[in-house]
Design a protein around this ligand. Structure first.
Ligand code: SF4
Length: 385
C-alpha cells in the first residue's frame, strides 16, 4: 500500500560557526548577533528548535505522512553539531515520537570534526544515532585557508578515533577535490591519508563554484585560481582507483562504501523514494509531489508560530514526470536503472542518441552511465529533462 511505503526524514539544522568560502547552503552563522540573543530573550537556535517542534507536530497529524515507518533519519545542515548533543538528542526523540522507528532505521548526524567531543559522541550513540558523517574536505591543511574551512587535520583524526571509541561503526568522511591550488599528488595523499582512518563510507565531491559565494568572488578578483576540469577528472579517476584497492565499492557518482554501508537515506533520492524535509530550505518528495520550505529562518519561525507549514513551492508531478525523475536521478547509481523506467518515446530517442555518443550504455534490463557519461552526468540529466 503506497501510504505504508517507508519514508526518510531529513532535518536541516541551519547553523554553522562560520561560512566556508565555497558554501551556498542556507544557514546562519551561530554566535554572531544573528545567532545570539533576540529581543524576546531567546536565541535563534532556541526559536528554531521550537519551530521545528511545531513542524513535526503538524506533519504527525497528516495520515499520509505521520503513519509511515521510517527508513532513515538524517540530520544535515549547516552543522548539526553546532547544537549541543543533548539538544540533537531531544530533536531525534521528537522525530521518533512522531514516526515509528525500526531497529534497521539508519539515523545519521553530520558533524564538523572540530565541533564534537568524546562526551558528545557518546551521548549521540547512546541516543540511537547509528551513522556519523564528518566533513573532512581535505587531509592537507594548506587547502583549508583557501576555502575558508575552519579547523585542523588533526581534528578529523581525533574525531574519527573518538567516534569509533564511542561506538559508531558506520562513519562517513566527505572530501572535496579540485580545491584552489590542489595538485594531483596532494589529492592522492589526502585520499591515502583518509583511508588510514578506516571509514566505512567516503564521499568525494568535485568543487563547484556557486554564484554569490566568497570563492566565486575571490576567483573573479584573481585571488585564487579557477577550477581545472581536466585535473578534476584525473583526481576522480585516482580516487576511484585508490578506494577500489581498499575494498570500497563506488555505488553512486560521488559515493563509495564498504559492502553493506551504502547510505540508506541518500539511496532514497536515487531510487524514487519518499523523503520529508524539515527545517528552513529543506526539500521534500512525497507521493509524486515535490515541495520545499522557505529558505529564511525568520520566515520559517513566523509561519510555524502561526501553526502553518513553511512551504513556499509545491509541484505535483504527472506519472510521466515521476518516471522521468526516477530515471534521471537513478542514473547517478552505478548499477543503473531498469529499462521499464523509460516510458516516453521522445526519451527513447534521446537515450539512443546518448548511447551513440558513448554517454549511456544499456543491456536487456538496465540502462546506465558509461565512465564518460559519469563525467558529464549533469549534461545527460539536462538532455533527459
Ligand atoms: S561547514 Fe558545511 S554547511 Fe557549514 S559553511 Fe562549511 S560547507 Fe557550508
Amino acid at each position: 500500500m503506497q501510504s505504508q511505503r517507508e519514508i526518510g526524514i531529513y532535518v536541516h539544522i541551519p547553523f554553522c560557526r562560520q561560512r566556508c568560502h565555497f558554501c551556498a547552503f542556507y544557514l546562519e552563522v551561530a554566535g554572531t548577533d544573528r545567532g545570539g540573543e533576540t529581543a524576546e530573550g531567546t536565541t535563534r537556535i532556541d526559536a528554531f528548535r521550537l519551530a521545528l517542534t511545531q513542524e513535526i507536530d503538524l506533519y504527525r497529524r497528516q495520515d499520509s505522512i505521520g503513519s509511515r515507518p521510517l527508513q532513515s533519519i538524517y540530520f544535515g545542515g549547516g552543522t548539526p553539531t553546532a547544537l549541543p548533543a543533548v539538544q540533537l538528542v531531544s530533536l531525534l526523540q521528537l522525530v521518533q515520537a512522531a514516526w515509528p522507528t525500526e531497529a534497521s532505521t539508519e539515523i545519521t548526524v553530520e558533524a564538523h570534526p572540530s565541533t564534537v567531543t568524546p562526551t558528545d559522541l557518546k551521548i549521540l550513540v547512546d541516543a540511537g544515532f547509528t551513522r556519523i558523517s564528518f566533513g573532512a574536505e581535505s587531509m592537507d591543511e594548506n587547502d583549508f585557508a583557501k576555502i575558508g574551512r575552519p579547523g585542523r587535520v588533526r581534528d578529523t583524526e581525533t574525531a574519527v578515533e573518538a567516534a569509533r571509541a564511542a561506538g559508531f561503526v558506520n562513519i562517513n568522511l566527505d572530501l572535496m577535490y579540485g580545491l584552489p591550488g590542489q595538485s594531483l599528488e596532494s589529492w592522492t595523499n589526502t585520499v591515502r591519508s583518509l583511508l588510514t582512518l578506516e571509514p566505512s563510507h567516503v564521499s568525494c565531491y568535485a568543487l563547484t563554484i556557486e554564484d554569490g559565494t566568497r570563492l566565486s568572488r575571490n576567483i573573479a578578483l584573481n585571488l585564487v585560481p579557477e577550477t581545472d576540469d581536466a585535473l578534476q577528472i584525473d583526481m576522480e579517476s585516482a580516487a576511484e582507483t585508490l578506494l577500489a584497492e581498499t575494498g570500497f565499492i563506488r555505488y553512486e557518482i560521488s559515493n563509495y562504501a564498504k559492502p553493506g554501508f551504502a547510505c540508506r537515506h541518500n539511496l532514497l533520492y536515487w531510487t524514487d523514494g519518499d523523503y520529508l524535509g524539515l527545517g528552513p530550505s529543506a526539500q521534500s518528495y512525497v507521493q509524486g509531489v515535490r515541495f520545499g520550505n522557505v529558505a529564511d529562518l525568520t520566515a520559517y519561525i513566523d509561519r510555524l508560530t502561526a501553526r502553518q507549514l513553511p512551504i513556499t513551492d509545491r509541484t505535483s508531478l504527472s506519472d510521466n514526470e515521476q518516471q522521468r525523475d526516477a530515471l534521471v536521478f537513478g542514473l547517478r547509481l552505478l548499477r543503473g536503472v531498469p529499462l521499464h523506467r523509460v516510458v516516453d518515446s521522445a526519451q527513447h530517442r534521446t537515450i539512443h542518441t546518448l548511447i551513440e555518443k558513448g554517454l549511456l550504455e544499456a543491456d536487456a534490463e538496465l540502462i546506465r552511465l558509461t565512465s564518460l557519461g559519469r563525467r558529464y552526468a549533469d549534461t545527460v540529466a539536462g538532455e533527459l529533462f
